[in-house]
Design a protein around this ligand. Structure first.
Ligand SMILES: [Zn+2]
Length: 166
């Protein structure tokens, strides 16, 4: 068997970041659903199972490519990316660490879905990542990317992005 362990692969994957939000790793996002190790003709091979965050998110192609490069550069000859569409990714899979990093980056993190099971008033009470005020207003449902909406803080008057619940 090859000497590369699954744990090592996870460690390497923790160096792959979201091209849209570079402070988040793909592990922070919670899109890596599994890693399978095998061997093809004596060469180490890995299958990485990922669930896309948003269907049609162009970032997923880039993420798949970055995973390939990260693992191939470490000596894994064959890298297979397996897309798992069900169950669908939800923002609840994002780690607490990831949400904290998102906030520090200036993007209001998604609210917990569990606290809001029906998805009602989803865009209410989004705290400003700069001053923490909840006196914020929605400017546009669609920010620079479809994954984010645009807000404005009425306390510090700064606009900010909110990573939408999903
Ligand atoms: Zn503010």
């Amino acid at each position: 068997m090859s000497s590369i362990t699954k744990e090592q692969v996870y460690e390497w994957l923790s160096g792959v970041t979201d091209p849209e939000v570079p402070v988040l790793t793909i592990l922070d996002l919670g899109i890596v659903r599994g890693v399978k190790m095998s061997e093809i003709n004596g060469s180490p091979s890995a299958t990485v199972v990922i669930t896309p965050t948003y269907s049609g998110c162009p970032a997923m192609d880039v993420i798949g490519m970055n995973i390939r490069m990260a693992l191939i550069s470490r000596g894994i000859r064959h890298v297979n990316i397996e897309m798992q569409l069900s169950p669908a990714w939800t923002t609840d899979w994002m780690t607490e660490d990831g949400k904290r990093k998102l906030n520090e980056y200036g993007i209001a993190p998604p609210l917990r879905k569990a606290a809001n099971p029906l998805g009602l008033f989803e865009e209410d009470n989004i705290a400003c990542p700069r001053c923490g005020s909840e006196e914020t207003e929605l400017v546009s449902q669609f920010g620079p990317t479809s994954c984010k909406s645009l807000y404005k803080c009425t306390s510090c008057h700064e606009p900010f992005e909110h990573f939408k619940c999903h």
